[in-house]
Design a binder for this molecule. Sequence first.
Ligand SMILES: C[S@@+](CC[C@H](N)C(=O)[O-])C[C@H]1O[C@@H](n2cnc3c(N)ncnc32)[C@H](O)[C@@H]1O
Length: 214
Amino acid sequence: MTIDDYLLSHIDDEGDQLARLYRDAHVRLLRPRMLSGHLQGRILKMMVRIHQPKRILEIGTYTAYATLCLAEALPENGEIHTIEKDDEMEDFIREQIELSGFQDKIRVHIGDALDVIPQLDGLFDMVFIDADKRLYSEYYDLIFDKVCPGGVILADNTLWSGKVVEEIHPGDKQTLGILHFNEKIKHDTRVEKVILPLRDGLTVIYKLTSPPSK
Ligand SMILES: C[S@@+](CC[C@H](N)C(=O)[O-])C[C@H]1O[C@@H](n2cnc3c(N)ncnc32)[C@H](O)[C@@H]1O
């Protein structure tokens, strides 16, 4: 038994629907590795349990795997807005949301997050950034004022398979995007931050309730 097997056998199950979604994604989709999966899915759900957000924004839906994990712990009156640029994923996403029974909690936006975010009203208590690695800084700037003080921003893949400490190929825009984002967060005094060395790196960012003293 590997440590990963041990770990997965000692945490909550992902449940039948997510296990089926995971299998379907591997049969029907080209890049199933992009979905959060069992461990990260349970962590996202636990974050919602602990932080108790009422409104969540997810940037990058893909199969809705993470969306459904977040929805599991969301209170009855809570809502998740999730944005996906690839319109070919829409049928898969809507099918999974219907099957989950969480359709009343989830609003799917098909479009580019850079266009959709400015159109979203209201504040979010939690944001999960998990879309184009080249644009993490842009997403962050767009959502920052839409996150309530005391809100949490999660950013996935911030260790980018260890490429953040390797020599960078100048054409590798994704690694450059992640490096730029990590530097930006490091120096942002409006937030507290920690990178969890989970899977591909998950940065947890807490928006301070009062502005930093100069
Ligand atoms: C890593 S996957 C998301 C995985 C999902 N959050 C999960 O944890 O299961 C990234 C998704 O972001 C989408 N995406 C990329 N750029 C985007 C953008 N600018 N706006 C919205 N979605 C985008 C991609 O099409 C892809 O489906």
